[in-house]
Design a protein around this ligand. Sequence first.
Ligand SMILES: Cc1cc2nc3c(=O)[nH]c(=O)nc-3n(C[C@H](O)[C@H](O)[C@H](O)COP(=O)(O)OP(=O)(O)OC[C@H]3O[C@@H](n4cnc5c(N)ncnc54)[C@H](O)[C@@H]3O)c2cc1C
Length: 435
Amino acid sequence: MKATIAPCVGGFSLSVPSVVPYAAAMNISEKLQTRCVIVGGGPAGMMAGYLLAQAGVQVAVLEKHADFNRDFRGDTIHPSTLELMHELGLLDEFLKQPHQEVRELRGVVNGQVVPISDFTRLPTRCKFIAFMPQWDFLNFLSAHAKRFPTFQLHMETEVVDLLIENGRVIGVRAKTARGELEARSDLVIGADGRHSIVQARAGLERREFGVPIDVLWMRISKKQGDPEQSFGFFQHGKLLVLLDRGDYWQCGFVIPKGGFDEIKARGLPEFQNDIVSFAGFLRDRVAELDDWSKIKLLTVQINRLRDWCREGLLCIGDSAHAMSPAGGVGINLAIQDAVATANLLGEKLRNGPVSVDDLRKVQARREWPTRLIQGMQVFIHHWIVTGRASREKRSLPLVVRLLKWFPFLRQLPARFIGLGPRPEHFRSLRRDPVS
Ligand SMILES: Cc1cc2nc3c(=O)[nH]c(=O)nc-3n(C[C@H](O)[C@H](O)[C@H](O)COP(=O)(O)OP(=O)(O)OC[C@H]3O[C@@H](n4cnc5c(N)ncnc54)[C@H](O)[C@@H]3O)c2cc1C
């Protein structure tokens, strides 16, 4: 079938067959040529897309879902990300979105409320974590990115394969609602999360770190008089996290890995009792969980690629290093990777392809913060959530008692969660958007 090339805004070109018979309407073959294709519109992909587009790089983000409204996303926007929003001139508008500002993280450990981290002394403009549903964050970012003529976002576009020529990645193949899309580019960025097809198809070697936990994910409605902010309840090796999502609580219940079948075998009433034993105020509505289909199992992984790149391809965020929810730091790390990518590659990519040595610089910059944080997550899993500290018969494990007795120690978890090691700052290659 003959194809016509239709120019798109910002110099992109998209080619579609000129005649589309009705029977073949679901199998249109579209072609897209751009400088950089980003696979995945999560925190890493959307931030990289925004920053590269702002730097004048033609960029297309391909996201498999039709919208950003998915339950199983973390809701934390860290002080380092808020600092970045300030550097981008977006902070004031961003903080107008509905959110909660949490200056001190407290947990309920074996029935006692204890302070865990204190963000008020961080060297950042915003000395708090903003809790905001992640779809609001991503919608905000995409709305602003779309103001750059160099930015494109393709929703409902699922990448299924890489295009490789003479050992170099030259683009991707994707499924769309209309048929197939072939997107060619000088660089493909894999930001497609922990089940990344990009890293799998690229044949990048991955190292797995054992994780002893999984998470059950469910909703329970909120009522007047409930606690005012998101909470973590720890109890002798078990953990329930409640995220405030306006009219309901998003609940994450940590269980031993592979333990869901046993929980199911014990029955729903027993499970409901477990939830109430953590958060008594949910007693009058825990029966909302009246079917196992309302309780989703999220498998938790920690892994890391040996090489984050090859010719024509770079992986960032969970695609390069899957993070556990422990510490609530994966989103921050994914965004920091995106900033480093734009800082290190933006200028060169605006003018042409980048070499594999350029791509390695991103890994070199971001690898040790990743190793450190993943090391901390492994420690938290083995010692605090499921390990010895959690099984101590005393009412509070030693590490928690230290945080309670010595307030200055709470600045350490605050730095770890709020900034992470080696926080990135956007180096301005700034172009003003077309309004
Ligand atoms: C249960 C759980 C709770 C968590 N809670 C928190 C928390 O509170 N705070 C925190 O900081 N971290 C949390 N994390 C970790 C955090 O979710 C990740 O580290 C973070 O989301 C990584 O961002 P990302 O952009 O790399 O990947 P993702 O957020 O996974 O985004 C990947 C995107 O790519 C898209 N995609 C996937 N495949 C394709 C494809 N083939 N084609 C096109 N698009 C594709 C996906 O739809 C998605 O939008 C949690 C993790 C888990 C498992």
